[in-house]
Every structure is written in structure tokens, then in C-alpha cells.
Design a protein around this ligand. Structure first.
Ligand SMILES: NC(=O)C1=CN([C@@H]2O[C@H](COP(=O)(O)OP(=O)(O)OC[C@H]3O[C@@H](n4cnc5c(N)ncnc54)[C@H](OP(=O)(O)O)[C@@H]3O)[C@@H](O)[C@H]2O)[C@@H](O)CC1
Ligand SMILES: Nc1ncnc2c1ncn2[C@@H]1O[C@H](COP(=O)(O)OP(=O)(O)O)[C@@H](O)[C@H]1O
Length: 590
């Protein structure tokens, strides 16, 4: 992987992300080499206890009160940790954290969730089978042998008295309910415990630390069921980064992520192929050659912006896409849109050329001349729009052009797929030799795969893989932590976009993205460098971040609009800013 990047974030290195299954495989490979599983749990807990102490001290410093000040308060002479444990190995980590924190002078209280009387009896009666008991049981025994105070969540909620409330109020709340083993929605007592944990920790204004992954968040998908999850300030991530921490709900629940690698899995020669790669920095771009002209930087043809009889039309989609294309440095642009929008287009983008979307002779001629064809933004969904979509995509295939398909283009593609139209196979074949980029959000992906949106959302990686298998080409599955699937040599690789923000959840942002992709692909001089799909998605996200000031050193804040004020039309100026910094000096984001 090309590591040459320009720093647009604190962490500029790509980070490998793994699924639960891969994490379990890493652990098993480690144990198969003769390493002890309980020893690993002890190591994990010991390191986490150290981190917890440091994080708490840092929090006190940030609050501008010294640790001595805090510890001298009559009700808090000791640092207090409330540790909520489940029955799996994540809970085992929690018991051992309690054990080590107590040794370090903390006042600890363990809250057991889902343990019933039978279980504890079973543990004690199995003394003769000590070697066979699980690590979690060994961890519990270790903590109990050191007299760590503990209580069952079920019992304390039943009692519901003031004393119980006081007992569980702490400076640090530690979530060790579920780790990578969570595979379904927490129900009953688990659901109650997660809500109670969040409520108690927020009431106490405590530091909230998740062990390995916040409970309720699925490591392999980033999904949280019905908003039932621990809302962490910090996640102490064991062994390797979980995919789910960085996409979808993971972005809202994980807080800051601290790695605790524990085992040297990356040194293994039979290294696992990562599930995905997290990207937070765009690759550096070389400056333009002095001896060049507009033709050196490509000609983009944007096809969209239609007006269907009786409607106001969607000229803005083509205008936003075209403006963003020019902001990336493309040499020339022609927009094939409805004639009703030509003057509006030329008013906002006088550098563009225009052609009537429905003048098929002209548009076909331009397809032959263009370096890249981007089609679908505001194209319309009626039968006439569908016919021109088929005709222009076919023309682009015949003359061998890179194609970007977005928005209404994806709608037509889905319907053509359901009709077994031959263009689907033609496009797939074309994608084996030419770049074809398709950019659905979850709703569009659902149509393309003939599924419900919640099925797509439940496993976005599976969805993007299925899109690529069905239609060929490179894909972006848009949303928080957008996924990008590229298959340059036939082997699919998935990236997660680690930049961008919720201010970008606004109309027209997707049109802007299609413009950035087209602009990068058009520029031949960037061939030796990265002008890949993930590079385009990063530039788009970084531009959005600059506009909401997620920058630590952005001297020029004239672009600042904030998340709620962010509009797609603000993006071209920010894209220019990002491209300029990628080509010269560095700025930091976040
Ligand atoms: N030695 C090691 O390997 C090391 C492991 N480490 C730690 O172990 C953690 C993984 O441990 P784990 O595999 O025991 O899974 P964990 O998440 O604790 O328990 C889940 C269990 O709960 C259940 N369950 C699932 N969903 C549920 C639901 N919604 N509601 C109710 N129950 C549910 C499910 O059981 P089921 O009921 O399906 O039989 C499942 O077995 C990992 O994140 C890390 O912290 C580190 O210490 C490093 C060394
Ligand atoms: N919460 C978010 N975090 C990061 N990026 C986001 C978020 N919401 C939307 N975006 C990005 O903004 C763009 C929105 O695209 P899309 O939904 O197609 O908008 P439209 O159809 O209105 O043009 C996508 O690139 C998406 O990834």
C-alpha cells in the first residue's frame, strides 16, 4: 500500500480493521502457539487498569482540578470505579480490571449482569475441574479472592434504595458487559443494565470507558440495535481494531479509541487480510507541470439535471456536480442537462460548456470526446430518462470510457437489473477493463439488491460486496463512515472513510461527491499517483470537515459555516482548499 499521504488528520496512517471472526482467529492462533489464554486476559486487564488511571488523571487535569483536590472531597477520598460485567470473557476482563484497580488503591464495585444463583454455585462446585473452567470464571474468582465488592444488577434494581444509588456512583464507569461476542439485540436484564449504566454514568458526570468495544455495538458491522448501547468516552480496543468502531453507529458510541495490541499478530507471515482499511488522510498530489494546457487535465461530461414535464426539475444536481469537478482541477467540463437550466448553470459556472440532455447526437459525440462520463445526478426516473440512460451508458461502453453512475442512474440500473436487461452484463464486462464507479446510499443499494434498507444497514460490508459481485465495478456505500470497495486487480478491497461529518447529511452532497470522483479520474497527469475512488471520498469528507471547522490548525476560517449551516454549494470552495493543501503544505483536521 502506498503510504505517501498528506496530513489532513492527526492519524495519517491507514489502520487495518478486523471482524469478530478474525479477532477470534487471531486469538486462537496465539493460543495454538502454546500461549496461555488466562495470561492474555491478565495482561489485557493490567494494561487497561493503567490506561484507566491515566485517563482519569487526564480528565481531572482537563477539568482544571487536581487529583489531590478530587481525592480530598469527603465523599470521594478514593478514586471510585463502577465496573459492570457480563458473563463472557469481556466480563472476565472487567473482573480482573476491578482486581488490579483495587490493588492500585481504587475503591471498586463490580455490578454483575445476567448472573444467576445457579451459575455462582456451579462455579464454586467445580473446584476439582479448575483447569477446565473458563477464563471469565477464573477472573471472577481472582477478584472475589481479593474481596472486590460486587453486587448483582438484578438485586440492586429490585432494592432500588438510596444506599444502592450512592454505592454505584463513581468517578469512572467501566463497561465490560459484552465484547466481540455480542451478536443480537440485548434484551430484558441486559437492555435494562445498558440503560441504567448510561444513566448512572451521565448523572455522575463520570468518565465512561468501554472494554474492547461498547456493549451493544456489533464489532463486524457497526450496528447498534434500537439505540441500546453503552455511550463511551473512550474504548480500550484489545488485540486489533474492530471494524464496527469506525462506521455507522460505531462513530456515535465508541468515543476515542486506544489500541492495546497485546499479541504480535501483524508479525505473523500468514497475516490475515484485513476486513477493511480505515483511511483518514488523502494521498499527496504532485504540482502541475509548467508546460501543460487544459487538455492535459481531462474533459468531464456530466449527464443529468433533467426537467420532466410538470416538475421543477433537478438542475441543481448537475450544477453541484459540475462545480465540484472543476474544483478538483479538471481541465474542461461539459454539462448535458435540460435546456431550461443552461442559463442557471452558466451563471454559477461560466467555465462550463452546455449541451441539451435530449440532443442524443450531440451528447453521443461528446461521449466520444470526454475523458470521463458521470451520469445520473438529477436525470429523472421517467421512461424517457431511462431510455437516454441506457443509450448514453451504452455509448460510453462502446467508446471505452470510465463511467460514474449516481442517483437516478442507480435507480434505472436497479430496474434494468430486475428486467434482465443486457446492459447489466455489458457494464460488468466493461468494468473489467475500464473504471466504473457506482455511488449508492443505503436506499439506493437496497433497490439495486432488491432488499429492504434495514437489511443493507444490518451488514453494509456484505451489501457493498454483493453490489460489486452483481454489477462489477468500484463502489461507494455512502453514509457515516462511508465504505469504498475497489477491485483494481480483481480482488476486492474495502476502505472505510474516517473523515466527514453529520453536517454533510444534506441534499446535494452526493452530487458533489460524483463531481469529485469525475474530476480526479479525468486528470491523466495524476495517473502515476492516487486518483482512486477512496482518494475522492476522502477529499469530499475533508472538505466537509473544513467547513465545520473540525480543524486544529486551519488558519483560514473564512470557509467556516458549521454543521447545521453546511450546504452542498459551499463544498467546491472547500474542495479547492483541500486540493491545494494536498499539493503543498499540510493542515490538520480534528
Ligand atoms: N482469552 C481471550 O480469548 C481473550 C478475550 N478477551 C475479551 O473477551 C471478549 C470476547 O469474549 P466472549 O467471546 O466471551 O464474548 P463476550 O462479548 O464477552 O460475551 C458474549 C456472550 O454473551 C452472549 N450474548 C451475545 N449477545 C448477547 C445478547 N444480546 N444478550 C445476551 N447474551 C448475549 C453470548 O452467549 P450465548 O448466549 O450466545 O451463548 C456470548 O458468548 C473480547 O471482547 C475481549 O474483551 C480479552 O480478554 C483478550 C483475551
Ligand atoms: N453523517 C455523515 N457523516 C459523514 N458523511 C456523511 C454523513 N451523512 C452524509 N454524508 C455524506 O454526504 C453524501 C450524501 O450523499 P447523498 O445521500 O447521495 O446525497 P444527495 O442524494 O442529496 O446528493 C455522501 O457522500 C455521504 O457519505
Amino acid at each position: 500500500m502506498d503510504m505517501q499521504t498528506n496530513s489532513f488528520s492527526k492519524n495519517t496512517m491507514p489502520i487495518r480493521l478486523y471482524s469478530s471472526e478474525q479477532l477470534y482467529a487471531m486469538e486462537q492462533a496465539w493460543f495454538a502457539q502454546g500461549n496461555d489464554s488466562f495470561g492474555l486476559m491478565q495482561q489485557a486487564a493490567w494494561q487497561m487498569a493503567q490506561h484507566i488511571e491515566t485517563l482519569y488523571e487526564n480528565k481531572c487535569r482537563d477539568n482544571k482540578s487536581s487529583v489531590q483536590e478530587i481525592t480530598s472531597r469527603p465523599y470521594a477520598r478514593q478514586r471510585r470505579a463502577s465496573i459492570w460485567v457480563g458473563k463472557g470473557n469481556n466480563g472476565g476482563d472487567g473482573w480482573l480490571i476491578a482486581y488490579y484497580l483495587q490493588q492500585m488503591g481504587w475503591q471498586v464495585q463490580v455490578i454483575m449482569v445476567g448472573f444467576d444463583k445457579d451459575d455462582s454455585n456451579k462455579d464454586d462446585s467445580n473446584k476439582d475441574k479448575q483447569d477446565c473452567v473458563s477464563d471469565a470464571v477464573k477472573a471472577k474468582k481472582t477478584a472475589l479472592s481479593a474481596n472486590c465488592p460486587y453486587r448483582s444488577f438484578e438485586t440492586s434494581t429490585d432494592r432500588k434504595n438510596e444506599e444502592t444509588d450512592k454505592e454505584i456512583r463513581a468517578d469512572v464507569y467501566i463497561d465490560a458487559l459484552f465484547g466481540i461476542g455480542l451478536d443480537r439485540a440485548p434484551k430484558n436484564v441486559y437492555k435494562q443494565a445498558i440503560f441504567a449504566f448510561n444513566e448512572a454514568a451521565q448523572y455522575a458526570e463520570a468518565l465512561i470507558i468501554a472494554v474492547d468495544i461498547p456493549s451493544g455495538l456489533v464489532a463486524s458491522t457497526g450496528q447498534v440495535f434500537d439505540r441500546i448501547a453503552i455511550q463511551a468516552d473512550v474504548t480500550l480496543c484489545l488485540i486489533a481494531r474492530k471494524f464496527g468502531l469506525h462506521t455507522k453507529d460505531g462513530l456515535d458510541y465508541s468515543g476515542a479509541v486506544i489500541d492495546i495490541p497485546l499479541i504480535p499478530y501483524h508479525l505473523d507471515s500468514n497475516e490475515l487480510i484485513p476486513f477493511a482499511t480505515l483511511m483518514t488522510a488523502a494521498h499527496t498530489l504532485k504540482p502541475r507541470r509548467q508546460n501543460s494546457y487544459k487538455g492535459s487535465y481531462g474533459h468531464v461530461l456530466v449527464i443529468g439535471g433533467n426537467r420532466i414535464e410538470g416538475s421543477q426539475g433537478m438542475g441543481g444536481a448537475a450544477i453541484l456536480s459540475a462545480s465540484s469537478t472543476m474544483a478538483t482541477g479538471a481541465g474542461k467540463i461539459t454539462v448535458a442537462c435540460h435546456e431550461a437550466f443552461h442559463s442557471a448553470l452558466l451563471t454559477s459556472l461560466p467555465d462550463a460548456m452546455t449541451v441539451d440532455l435530449h440532443d442524443t447526437d450531440w451528447v453521443n459525440r461528446l461521449i466520444g470526446q470526454a475523458s470521463v462520463v458521470a451520469i445520473g445526478m438529477g436525470l429523472g426516473r421517467d421512461e424517457k430518462a431511462k431510455l437516454i440512460f441506457i443509450s448514453y451508458v451504452q455509448a460510453a461502453i462502446v467508446v471505452g470510457k470510465p463511467i460514474i453512475i449516481d442517483a437516478d442512474g442507480l435507480y434505472h440500473l436497479a430496474s434494468l437489473h430486475s428486467e434482465n436487461h443486457k446492459i447489466i452484463a455489458e457494464l460488468k464486462k466493461h468494468s473489467a477493463t475500464h473504471q466504473v464507479c457506482l455511488t449508492p446510499h443505503s436506499g439506493e443499494a437496497a433497490k439495486l439488491l432488491n432488499k429492504e434498507i434495514n437489511e443493507i444497514e444490518a451488514d453494509r460490508v456484505a451489501a457493498i460486496r454483493q453490489c460489486a459481485t452483481t454489477y462489477g465495478g468500484d463502489w461507494v456505500l455512502k453514509g457515516a463512515g462511508s465504505l469504498i470497495l475497489e477491485q483494481p486487480s480483481g480482488q476486492a478491497h474495502i476502505y472505510v472513510c474516517g473523515v466527514g461529518n453529520a453536517g454533510m447529511a444534506t441534499a446535494g452532497m452526493g452530487d458533489v461527491l460524483s463531481g469529485v470522483i469525475a474530476g480526479l479520474l479525468a486528470q491523466e497527469d495524476l495517473k502515476q499517483e492516487r486518483r482512486s475512488l477512496h482518494q475522492a471520498v476522502l477529499i469530499h469528507g475533508l472538505a466537509g470537515d473544513i467547513l465545520v471547522n473540525q480543524t486544529s490548525r486551519n488558519d483560514d476560517n473564512s470557509l467556516l459555516v458549521g454543521q447545521r449551516g453546511l450546504q452542498a454549494q459551499d463544498m467546491p470552495a472547500a474542495i479547492r482548499h483541500v486540493i491545494q493543501h494536498m499539493t503543498s503544505s499540510q493542515i490538520d483536521i480534528k
